[in-house]
Design a protein around this ligand. Structure first.
Ligand code: GNR
Ligand code: NI
Length: 170
């Protein structure tokens, strides 16, 4: 396994709209190995989710584990939200926007359909943090970041803060 490089805002590659995965690809050694690398990268970061877009792979899939003990890995290939209900506000962060946290309003509970790690389709109901994370990762696959929900002024402040930090660490 290998750790992958995570793209950071405002890298334009994060704006790429991901393309659907051919379902027959999921069980191939190449795809399974990429999933392993994504989990390793997510756990190491550490994060609760990672979309393929963040590691410059522009295909519709993501890995998630919101469990405390990092024991519940979930894979969503070609995810679709079938139903959404209610609203929740959560203070979000993103591995592609390090050190920035902001409140985002999203659906409180969702019903999702996707293809799993074994290549089989499944449906699940999610609420709370898992629902937040699924919606956050699906935004990445659409080229969208949580800072897009902020006012233009706040987003500009985030961009400057990250640019300054990147200069200082260079
Ligand atoms: O690790 C992560 N934590 C998090 C916290 C609140 C809302 C969303 C997230 S997802 C983030 C990992 C990440 O950037 N995934 O794209
Ligand atoms: Ni993110």
């Amino acid at each position: 396994m290998a750790q992958l490089e995570i793209l950071e805002f405002p890298d334009p590659r994060l704006r790429t709209v991901a393309r659907p995965v051919d379902p027959a690809q999921v069980t191939t050694p190449e795809f399974q190995s990429l999933l392993g690398d994504m989990f390793e990268t997510m756990y190491e970061a550490p994060g609760i989710g990672l979309a393929a877009s963040q590691v410059d792979v522009h295909q519709r899939f993501m890995v998630i584990d919101v469990s405390e003990d990092r024991s519940q890995p979930l894979v969503f290939v070609n995810p679709e939200i079938l139903e959404r209900d209610g609203e929740q506000v959560y203070q979000e962060g993103c591995l592609s926007v390090p050190g920035i946290f902001a409140d985002v309003t999203r659906a409180n509970s969702i019903r999702v359909r996707a293809i799993g790690r074994d290549g089989a389709p499944f449906e699940m109901q999610a609420d709370g943090l898992l629902a937040v994370c699924i919606q956050h990762e699906m935004d990445h696959l659409a080229g969208k970041l949580f800072v897009d929900y902020l006012s233009p002024l706040k987003r500009e402040m985030v961009r400057k803060k990250l640019a300054k930090r990147q200069r200082q660490s260079a």
